[in-house]
Ligand binder design. Structure first.
Ligand SMILES: NC(=O)c1ccc[n+]([C@@H]2O[C@H](COP(=O)([O-])OP(=O)(O)OC[C@H]3O[C@@H](n4cnc5c(N)ncnc54)[C@H](OP(=O)(O)O)[C@@H]3O)[C@@H](O)[C@H]2O)c1
Length: 386
């Protein structure tokens, strides 16, 4: 039977790549719903390509601009959060790809899990802000999450066949490309521009994650995501810089054996695996040529010049709402940087300040998480920075 899918964040880097690869297999997948924030022009093209029957534009003003009369007859069009929650909980949807950017994905992910859906999760900020709650709900409602992020997909693949991950996994080793500024010292980092930061050496991604990769915050967020996805103590997660991005991550077991997952750096691979798991499909993607690559190298991360990575470990060890603060302050700082209102070197300063002024709430409820997230964003609005 075909898997019936909703793609949330269809116009982003992950969403467009998902449509690209999933539409190659019409016998296996049917994309029934699409949701986006505001890019209605691309959404219109996608509607014609995938023949979805429900679309949602989260930004209600933009939803009004999408003229229903210009859409095919059978399409239902919705605007705003409620319409999004309606889409992800639809009875005739089996899997939901969560590919929004930021904590905007938290509530729809929770709604999909409560409705018993399988969530293919790209939107890492969901686990960073709400990992504990998301895990509780997944258990309670018998739903499941399959990672899409290449590192977590690699770990997920490496532990297939391991019967007792709690006792047999020694550590998870997340690989990082090191981003465009690998090897830069403090002085050089003071001068980097938005354009420099958006030039990632190995991956084509959305703007926010590309900046996160340049600060190494992306790896920090992934450490927190891995902690929750694999129920692993944060001190059993290690980060290793691997500039070629061929090994997507590794698992070291207690007998000393290491299983690594390799592949060309192409997100269509982990996206497809999330939808075919536990099976695989043949693809037309470029196969890995290790002779051509010839050398795989590894380095320690530069903790001093890229402090965001350390902040993420710190936030996770502190626990409670501290990762929410880390994430919200980072979203604010990256947004300011992308709008030319903050220097690259000041991104960590914003995050450190926000973490320093926060009183942690232990075992937060969803309402606490949403409140803390809002308070951090408002703090910068009040300061007149935003
Ligand atoms: N790109 C990658 O290769 C990659 C790899 C691993 C993990 N991820 C993770 O996957 C998620 C998506 O990344 P991406 O690179 O695909 O991001 P992206 O290209 O920036 O697009 C993300 C989607 O989010 C929507 N969006 C933007 N602002 C929003 C808001 N305020 N509220 C709700 N939705 C909003 C966008 O809609 P509009 O287009 O309409 O604005 C778009 O559909 C992120 O969490 C990222 O960390 C990405």
């Amino acid at each position: 039977m075909k898997k019936r899918i909703a793609i949330i964040g269809s116009t982003g880097s992950i969403g467009t790549q998902a449509i690209d690869i999933l539409t190659d297999y019409p016998q296996h997948f049917q994309i029934k719903g699409l949701a986006t924030y505001q890019n209605i022009d691309l959404l219109k093209e996608q509607i014609n390509k995938v023949l979805a029957d429900q679309v949602v534009v989260i930004n209600e003003e933009r939803a009004k601009e999408l003229n229903k009369n210009l859409l095919p007859n059978n399409i239902s069009l919705g605007g705003g959060k409620e319409a999004l929650l309606d889409l992800v909980t639809r009875e005739d949807i089996d899997m939901v790809l969560m590919a929004l950017v930021g904590t905007a994905g938290l509530e729809p992910t929770i709604a999909a899990l409560k409705a018993g859906k399988i969530v293919a999760l790209a939107n890492k900020e969901v686990m960073v802000a709400g990992g504990q709650i998301v895990n509780q709900l997944t258990q309670e409602f018998g739903s499941s999450i399959i990672p899409v992020d290449s590192e977590h997909s690699a770990i997920f693949q490496a532990i297939q066949g391991c019967r007792d991950t709690a006792n047999e996994v020694n550590k998870l080793i997340l690989t990082a490309s090191g981003g465009p500024f690998r090897g830069y010292g403090r002085e050089r980092l003071r001068k980097v521009t938005r354009e420099d930061a958006l030039r990632h050496p190995n991956w084509e991604m959305g703007n926010k994650i590309t900046i996160d990769s340049a600060t190494l915050m992306n790896k920090g967020l992934e450490v927190i995501e891995a902690k929750w996805l694999f129920n692993m103590d944060v001190d059993k997660i290690e980060v290793l810089v691997h500039p070629q991005s061929i090994i997507h991550s590794m698992v070291q077991f207690i007998d000393g054996s290491v299983i690594a997952q390799m592949g060309v750096p192409d997100m269509r691979l982990p996206i497809l695996y999330a939808f075919t798991y536990p099976y695989r499909l043949r693809t037309e993607l470029k196969p890995l040529d290790l002779v051509e690559i010839s050398k795989l190298t590894f380095e320690e991360p530069d903790w001093d010049n890229f402090p965001c990575l350390g902040f993420a470990f710190e936030a996770m060890r502190m626990g409670g709402t501290m990762p929410v603060v880390l994430n919200a302050a980072n979203e604010v700082a990256v947004d300011l940087f992308l709008r030319g209102r903050l220097a690259f070197k000041d991104i960590p300063i914003i995050i450190e300040r926000a973490m320093g002024s926060h009183n942690i709430i232990k075992n937060p409820k969803l309402s606490d998480i949403l409140d803390v997230d809002r308070v951090i964003r408002d703090m910068y609005k009040k300061d007149g920075v935003l």
